[in-house]
Write a protein that binds this ligand. Sequence first.
Ligand code: FEO
Ligand code: CA
Ligand code: CA
Ligand code: CA
Length: 601
Amino acid sequence: AAVGETGAFGFAPIDPVAYTVDSFVVPEGFDWTPIIRWGDPLFADSPAFDALNQTPEAQARQFGYNVDYTDIIRTSATTAILFVNHEYTNENVMFPAEQLESDVERVRRVGLKAHGLSVVELTRTSETAPWTPVVGGALNRRFLDDTPYAFTGPAAGSELLRTVADPEGRTVLGTFGNCSGGTTPWGTILSGEENFDGYFRSSGLSEAEQRYGLADEETARGWENVDPRFDARTPGYENEPNRFGWIVEIDPTDPSSTPRKHTSLGRLKHEGANVIVAANGRVVAYTGDDERFDYLYKFVSRDTYVEGDRAHNMTLLENGDLFVARFSGDSPATEIDGSGTLPSDGGFGGSGEWLPLVVDGASAVDGMRVEEVLVHTRLAADRAGATKMDRPEDVQPHPTSGRVYVACTNNSDRGTEGKAGPDEVNPRTENRDGHIIEITEDGGDQTARTFGWTLLLVAGDPARNDSAYFSGFPVDEVSPISCPDNLAFDTAGNLWISTDGAPSTIGFNDGLFRVGLEGDQRGRVEQFLSVPREAETCGPVIHDDEWHVFVSVQHPGEDGSFEEQTSTFPDSMKQAPLSGAGGGTFAGPRPTVVQVMPVAA
Ligand code: FEO
Ligand code: CA
Ligand code: CA
Ligand code: CA
């Protein structure tokens, strides 16, 4: 179908864009517009963005930095709620060199407030007009470093979560390192606390601290110098890092609600979590631990979903069983040689099982109490014998088929000295470009303990990489793709993949790709857009019923500086709706949520 026609969402794939080019590229017939940028006002009293004179007080009232998970929940034909998280900060491009050098306290305190989450009301003048932010919207909210979160589940209140500031172990301030996420069937948002270890200085002495990368080293942002809880060597704060690494659930429709951290889903470097309701009514959440050689997890709720009972459904992630995946291959082991070439049985695939970590509220791991399993989940999964994966990022069940897609982004250490070698589900040595696993739960039962699996694609640029594989789709008819990260589906059932890392692997800017899953379209990869220089493509949000696609452009121009910019996205390319609300002399780069839509007829 042509642009603007009803039916299948049509576009001609764009050519990949060289990594040195600073532009935002969309298909013929489409255009793009910024919706909201770092520093834009959210409230009636928000100060105008002033890059040279940033303050923590101003940042706390403005849109934060580096957006990863993004959703736009339509509430009427012309109103919507935008949710985003603010994963981390790039101080080198946010602040002038002089301030980085001699105004360190300001840099640290603004950085703290640029993290967290945001909820922003959106409006539009018609169904074909772009969305714009409502400054002062009643639902607008910033979740900051001093926002209280309640722990739920079996580890809430355990001694492993207690600190001098929270002797009950039930309330923690803030969320950091939020990466991807998911929107639940009951309309709340899940966000994954990922690289939390980078915010804490710790003794680094215990097995658990070492397993989570916590070390006695100065942190990159130095927050341990402004708030003692970021230094877990401080007496009374030894457990503060245990209070991060969780799945967070927030209610975007109630700005006075207390967000929660669900201990039932375990503590790891959660990329995100995505929920599906199983046939028996239990809800199942899939979540990946994004670290080289870490694991894929599944949570199954104790209680069942009740259509229309939102208050009840909001409790479903508080109690349930937790499993970790073990994969087995079905091809001759001698043919898995690390080159990533297809085995003689024609594809990568096999069976697998979900190994229990917590069942019926009790530990299923010898020698560990349930709160130990949930707080030190990586140690529990090590003992259970889970399969070491190539950095599982987004894991998302298909809304109609129930098949589960796992983006393994890359693993440069696979098969190197002293590290696990290739296996059928991670078939490449020094896996540079990543791959996508497709899991089918046995019997079509999302709560099953066993599953089958296959590789949907083994990423790469087929023009230069013989082992790139696209489920048999002709390799000369696909867009090159590398480092799959966030996933989404359209209403026609296609998978959309955004990437993070392609500039340093296949030499192209990161982008957004549509992938067919069924019939003769299976494995067909078509590039829809390309983000500016040094940026990662986040979101994505696919409203194909309106021909609208949204992405968050994360860390554009990250290798430059405030003075020597390698990207001037977006202001040099397109004016944002709130650009009249300030911006001073700062030309960018600014992390931004972007809408892509057909060119007006
Ligand atoms: Fe924040 Fe796993 O990427
Ligand atoms: Ca990211
Ligand atoms: Ca990611
Ligand atoms: Ca990534």
